[in-house]
Design a protein around this ligand. Structure first.
Ligand code: NZQ
Ligand code: ZN
Length: 395
């Protein structure tokens, strides 16, 4: 296991009614005038907006609103938020929504403290957003489980004519605190609830399918969270108001990326499935979690074939997570992938890229864009040809 530093700078207020801490906790972080940001309006339909505003009013906090942040949020929303924050003399940002709203607010938090364009704030050759040296204080009220943005230091913003998804990564944009009330996720439509499940599972897998470094604690904890996700997703499908199922999925979302804890002691920060999946969202505005479910089985088979020395990690996943009882590693790993495909089908993910509306003629351009900043992956390196093979296999 390699050396590491572990820090989760975000306080999580988890459970029913935790919104009651909102006003005083914002004040304890020095907030008096809040930029209140949200998405396309779901919070106005399910009552979360009223509860939030009531708390701000009770605490005597002023606020200005940034609304209509779209899924796969665009840099224009970030720029609008920066302008609103500055023009109105805000000193705190409150994001109420799913990953898209949270991510836009992280970029706003860094952007209001930076004189140049937002485009400078994305990850550079150093591996993080090295231009960020300060950020406004940010809190989140999560309304949809999946991305882990509520407890992590990342954000993904869509930029430019070609809708490139760019990553911002810096510890200073970790929220100061996040309010995680599972009841707030009752109204998430089934499609987005299940896409969230696929996203959580993929975050866990991206940290699990890494070169063997003897990080047993990280991998065993990771296996446990993966199993909890597999167990609770069907309960959510059966009953969207199952509190414990919502609570487990929400906490799994937060734990999956908190401090990148399951990657500690391991080399690199690869996330190849995300690198490929973002191109599907760029091209088709496809829901993030769906892109990952579509590509994962094909990527697993590709990696087992091209880097067979890593087969044991796929066999271990099959046995410890998918409960495959098979002695032979290759057979076990393949059975694990089949079980994963069956799980994706059970949570109503499309079976392949074709079914999801992807055009075969677009695959090559997407493969090229996926690697424009360098090859992807760590178990095996994926250049354009390899990404294209995976996309064709997923088609
Ligand atoms: O916009 P509103 O009206 O709020 O509706 C949203 C949106 O249409 C709706 N929704 C959210 N909470 C709801 C609700 N509808 C009813 N009731 C509720 N309680 O759900 C839809 C999807 O919301 P969105 O925020 O886009 O979903 P998600 O949380 O999956 O976020 C996706 C974004 O996060 C990025 C993705 O790339 C994508 O842009 N990611 C961020 C990460 C991070 N910060 O660490 C990591 C992830 O890998 C991911 O890349
Ligand atoms: Zn993700």
């Amino acid at each position: 296991m390699t050396n590491f530093v572990f820090s989760i700078p975000t306080t999580a207020y988890f459970g029913k009614g935790q919104i009651k801490v909102l006003g005083e906790t914002i004040k304890s972080h020095g907030g008096s005038k809040v930029l209140l940001a949200y998405g396309g309006g779901s919070i106005k339909q399910n009552g979360i907006y009223e509860e939030t505003v009531e708390q701000l009013d009770q605490a005597g906090l002023g606020y200005v609103e940034l609304s209509d942040i779209q899924p796969n949020p665009r840099v224009e929303s970030v720029e609008e938020g920066i302008e609103l924050y500055r023009k109105n003399g805000c000193d705190f940002i409150l994001a109420v929504g799913g990953g898209s709203t949270l991510d836009a607010c992280k970029a706003i938090a860094a952007g209001v403290k930076y004189a140049g364009p937002v485009n400078d704030l994305f990850v550079d050759e150093s591996g993080i957003s090295s231009k960020i040296s300060a950020a406004a204080p940010l809190a989140t009220i999560l309304t949809m489980a999946g991305t882990g943005s509520e407890l992590d230091m990342g954000a993904v913003i869509t930029v430019g004519e070609d809708h490139k998804k760019k990553v911002l990564l810096h510890p200073l944009v970790n929220p100061r605190f996040s309010i995680l009330d599972p009841e707030y996720t009752y109204t998430v439509p089934e499609h987005h609830s299940m896409a969230g499940v696929a996203d959580i599972l993929c975050h866990l897998m991206e940290q699990y399918f890494t070169p063997e470094t003897g990080a047993d604690v990280q991998d065993r904890m990771n296996e446990g969270v993966m199993k909890a996700v597999l167990d609770n997703a069907p309960k959510l499908l059966d009953n969207p108001r199952d509190y414990n199922a919502r609570a487990n999925i929400m906490w799994a979302s937060s734990m999956a990326l908190a401090g990148f804890q399951f990657l500690l002691g391991k080399p690199g920060f690869a996330f190849p499935l995300h690198g490929m999946g973002h191109e599907l969202s760029s091209k088709y505005d496809m829901t993030h979690g769906v892109t990952l479910a579509l590509l994962t089985p094909a990527w697993m088979r590709h990696t087992m074939q091209t880097a067979p020395h890593h087969l044991p990690v796929f066999a271990r996943f099959a046995r410890n997570v998918m409960e495959i009882r098979e002695q032979d590693d290759l057979k076990a790993a393949e059975a694990g992938i089949k079980a994963l495909e069956a799980f994706y089908a059970s949570i109503k993910m499309p079976a392949n890229l074709r079914e999801a509306g992807v055009k075969q003629a677009d695959l090559e351009a997407m493969a090229e864009k996926a690697v424009e900043n360098g090859k992807l992956g760590i178990l095996s390196l994926l250049g354009k040809d390899e990404v294209l093979q995976i996309m064709r296999a997923a088609f």
